[in-house]
Design a protein around this ligand. Structure first.
Ligand SMILES: C[S@@+](CC[C@H](N)C(=O)[O-])C[C@H]1O[C@@H](n2cnc3c(N)ncnc32)[C@H](O)[C@@H]1O
Length: 173
């Protein structure tokens, strides 16, 4: 469902995915958009993602909140399943500085209970939408209402996490 929604976004010149992990989504975005970057702080992620190489696709190792891209403005930024790992309000503020005209896509199950690694200011589906609107994003009509997309994550042969994932697409101008 997320891929279907991503496919409905018009072709962009410059795309960035925060926390790309093994690069599955970043790589598939490079089929539809001009230039695509991923940023992830994990070296192992980079090593894996780099296995699929394309001329219009590149990966950076750094904290997503770092100023590595300077004042570069993106047409589309993706943040999938990372709100638990990067302070959500700092993340949206940072993204907002990187988009003057364009889309911000967030998908998350809001699973904030991570013990000592938990972010300090968790967010929920309502607060996330309000925060994006305060930053100047208009929420797309199809993601105005929180969604509950099933995502069953197999942990081992005896345990599965049954998430219900939300999707928000914000657009500036
Ligand atoms: C749960 S995975 C999500 C991966 C992918 N977006 C997905 O939906 O499958 C989180 C990823 O974010 C990365 N990450 C966590 N904190 C980060 C940060 N501050 N800056 C950049 N990447 C970060 C991790 O290394 C990991 O690859």
């Amino acid at each position: 469902m997320i891929k279907k929604n991503l496919n409905s976004i018009p072709k962009s010149k410059l795309v960035l995915e925060y926390g790309y992990s093994i690069g599955t989504v970043t790589s598939s975005m490079s089929n539809n958009h001009d230039i695509v970057f991923g940023i992830d702080r994990s070296f192992n992620a980079l090593r894996y993602a780099k296995k699929s190489s394309k001329n219009n696709l590149d990966y950076v190792i750094d904290n997503s909140l770092s100023p590595v891209f300077g004042k570069l403005q993106f047409d589309l930024i993706l943040a999938l399943n990372i709100l638990e790992l990067i302070e959500p309000l700092e993340l949206s503020k940072h993204v907002s500085r990187q988009i003057s005209t364009g889309y911000f896509v967030i998908s998350d199950p809001y699973d904030f209970d991570r013990g000592t690694n938990s972010v300090k200011k968790p967010i929920n589906e309502t607060k996330l939408r309000t925060n994006l609107e305060q930053l100047g994003f208009k929420i797309s009509s199809k993601t105005k209402k929180p969604s509950f997309m099933p995502w069953n994550l197999k942990l081992n042969s005896r345990a599965t996490l049954n998430y219900k994932v939300d999707l928000v697409i914000g657009k500036k101008k």
